[in-house]
Design a protein around this ligand. Structure first.
Ligand code: CUO
Length: 673
């Protein structure tokens, strides 16, 4: 298979092409020179590979090259951990390149890509290296399988330059007979699934401390997934569906089905479907070295609830660790996910991860049909399945149960004395105040890197996604606290009414607020007008970063490219706003200016990838906000606060606004030439 080099160090072009013969897989050794000549002809850049003493890959090779790979499976995690350690242990980039070349044709491709990505992300000497976007390496995890046959046909017959994009139909996984299908545009959005894969790449739950032990990672696991559920519920209400129901009865059949219609190009198999009314069973799959009872899941849950209500967890040596107001949520996040920072995996188990595994093997719990896992078994595909949200709604509810045990914010914890938000408004260009617009947009992504055909050259898939008209916040703040006061401006949005059309109780609405932006402002004495555009949002990354190399003309230089692995984490900009509705969906925009002196984390955050910090943190830095994630909506309200209006202190304000969805499709302005 003609592959481009695994990765390309920046710098002057090298002239010789030299891979040690011993690096070739056994199958290719006899024809090595011929292969080099054949594929070397087209190479624009040839990279010498240094011969080094090769480590024994050992059990890493137990996972075949044509099998699927899941980080949720303990065995696969272990293999990934070993390979990451090998990659991290190389003394310099040349050695890393050598071992990467050596293992490239031996190791399972998904495992290889994951381990190399994690290593490049964490090595000091690889910060300027670049990997292809994951969707380009493995488009089969994101795109309707039918597209590939058509793309291959197009590519084989039509020369590069005249190829037409292959359109991915909008409704390919189900029909409207299935109510849940109304949310397919969200669940199957390429950008959302890429964000989720990237998030888990940046925050692995297994491996050495350098890889796992990041500032507040357990808390961020809670918050990022809490926001996914809040956003999903917002979309559901936009589509006249009730909020997602928690998956509570693990021994009862799961009503809704999901048929992913994805084929694995690596495993040459279709991803298994999950038919309606299936029930999870005890797992006994020798091939995955997994034996787990549904009762284990129940035991772990009960122990975690006991910890939440007693206010402490018990570590492996039997000591009690209190779940404190500041650090409790982080410990609980690591326990529930679980990550290897969990203080007691023996006792509290591996609840959330195993939930993914039970569901992903619902169709073949003892491997009698020799089937692999379903989409819930892979963080690149899990968000496609409706059950993902029911499972994570359950997990989130456990976190909320814990949050309800914490002291409530009193006015002092919320107010910024002297600072009053007088007015807020959102505007789109040429529109009316507080009216936002959404619509469909079509964009193209190049699949050619992840496919095998001749002649080479880009071949595009055209997909349809939600989009909104860019908008601007105008916020008027009266500052009587003194000149040069700094504040953190926190912007959230929630539906105004519940499923029945009634106004919310604050205790329910607080869980529906989605974060739109968070930024620091300096206030002069008196009146201030803050203007901020939606593209600067602290939760999103621009479309080009989600899909990178979209037009196949690789951008040169630039921080976004250099820090791709981390920078690929971020909610896709096109999904910043929920869909709304054709008649105009009523929302409440919330703005708070909190006292920066109490929010500040002392560090420099200049540099790269600091623009989607709310859900992803900042690379190699502390989480840039000292408050609990989700503040001020992460706690139960103080006494006598029943509604959002009663919750407000003078440094907060709410503005009603409307999201109007228009069912028309516009093309993304052409980026390719
Ligand atoms: Cu991101 Cu369940 O954690 O998928």
């Amino acid at each position: 298979r003609p592959q481009e080099p695994v990765f390309i160090p920046k710098g002057p072009k090298k002239s010789s092409f030299n891979v040690p013969q011993s690096y070739l897989a056994d199958r290719y050794k006899p024809i090595g020179v011929e292969l080099f000549n054949r594929f070397g002809e087209d190479a624009s850049e040839k990279i010498p590979v240094k011969e080094i003493a090769l480590p024994n890959l050992g059990e890493i090779l137990d996972l075949g090259r044509h099998e699927n790979f899941s980080l949720f499976l303990p065995k696969h995690r272990r293999l990934a951990g070993r390979l990451i350690d090998i990659f991290l242990g190389m003394r310099n980039v040349d050695e890393l390149q050598s071992i990467a070349v050596f293992s490239r044709d031996r190791v399972n491709p998904y495992l290889f890509n994951y381990a190399l990505s994690v290593a490049i992300l964490h090595r000091k000497d690889t910060q300027d290296l670049d990997l292809p976007s994951f969707i380009q390496s493995f488009p089969d995890k994101y795109v309707d399988s039918k597209v590939f046959t058509r793309a291959r046909e197009e590519a084989t017959i039509v020369p590069d330059g005249n190829r037409e994009p292959i359109e991915i139909p909008r409704d390919y996984t189900a029909s409207n007979l299935e109510t849940e299908h109304r949310l397919a545009y969200f669940r199957e959005d390429l950008g959302i699934n890429l964000h989720h894969w990237h998030w888990h790449l940046v925050y692995p739950f297994e491996g050495s401390p350098t890889v796992v032990n990041k500032n507040r990672r357990g808390e961020l696991f809670y918050y990022m997934h809490q926001q996914i559920i809040a956003r999903y519920n917002f979309e559901r209400l936009s589509n006249k569906l009730k909020r997602v129901e928690r998956w509570t009865d693990w021994k009862a059949p799961i009503e809704e089905a999901y048929f992913p219609k994805l084929d694995s190009l690596v495993a040459s198999r279709a991803w298994p479907a999950r038919v309606a009314r299936q029930t999870i069973s005890n797992l006994n799959r020798e091939v995955d070295q997994i034996q787990q009872d549904v009762d284990d899941l129940i035991r772990w849950r009960d122990r975690i609830y006991a910890a939440i209500h007693s206010g402490f967890v018990t570590n492996e040596s039997g000591q009690q660790i209190p779940l404190t107001e500041n650090e409790g949520i982080d410990i609980l996040g690591n326990i529930m996910e679980s990550s290897n920072l969990s203080p007691n995996r023996t006792f509290y188990g591996d609840m959330h991860n195993m939930g993914h595994v039970f569901i992903s093997y619902i169709h073949d719990p003892d491997h009698r049909h020799l089937e692999s896992f379903g989409v819930m078994g892979d963080s690149a595909t899990a968000m496609r399945d409706p059950i993902f949200y029911r499972w994570h709604a359950y997990i989130d509810d456990m976190f909320q149960e814990y949050k309800a045990t914490l002291p409530r914010y009193n006015e002092e914890n919320l107010n910024y004395p002297g600072v009053t938000v007088d007015k807020i408004e959102v505007m789109v260009q040429g529109g009316k105040p507080n009216m936002l617009n959404t619509f469909w947009q079509q964009s193209d992504v190049d699949l050619s890197r992840g496919m095998d055909f001749q002649p080479r050259g880009p071949v595009f898939a055209r997909f349809t996604h939600l989009q909104h008209q860019p908008f601007t916040y105008n916020i008027t703040v009266n500052n009587q606290a003194g000149a040069g006061k700094m504040g953190t401006c926190r912007v959230f949005l929630a539906p105004k009414f519940d499923e029945r059309g009634n106004p919310w109780l604050f205790r329910d609405q607080k869980n529906l607020f989605i974060e739109l932006d968070k930024f620091v402002v300096t206030l002069r004495q008196g009146m201030n007008t803050i203007t901020r555009t939606s593209d600067l949002s602290s939760v999103t990354i621009p479309f080009e970063r989600t899909f990178r190399n979209l037009d196949n003309s690789r951008p040169t230089g630039g921080e976004a490219l250099a820090q791709f692995n981390f920078c690929g984490c971020g909610w896709p900009a096109h999904m910043l706003l929920p869909m709304g509705s054709p008649e105009g969906f009523q929302c409440q925009l919330f703005v708070m200016i909190s006292n920066y002196e109490l929010d500040r984390v002392n560090q420099t955050t200049e540099g790269v990838c600091n623009d989607s910090a709310s859900y992803c943190g900042i690379k190699d830095k502390l989480y840039p906000d000292r408050r609990s994630m989700g503040y001020p909506f992460d706690r139960m309200p103080r006494p006598r606060v029943d509604t959002l209006q009663q919750f407000l202190t003078t440094n907060m304000r709410v503005q009603d606004c409307i999201i109007k969805f228009t069912d028309r499709v516009v093309q993304r302005p052409a980026a390719r030439t």
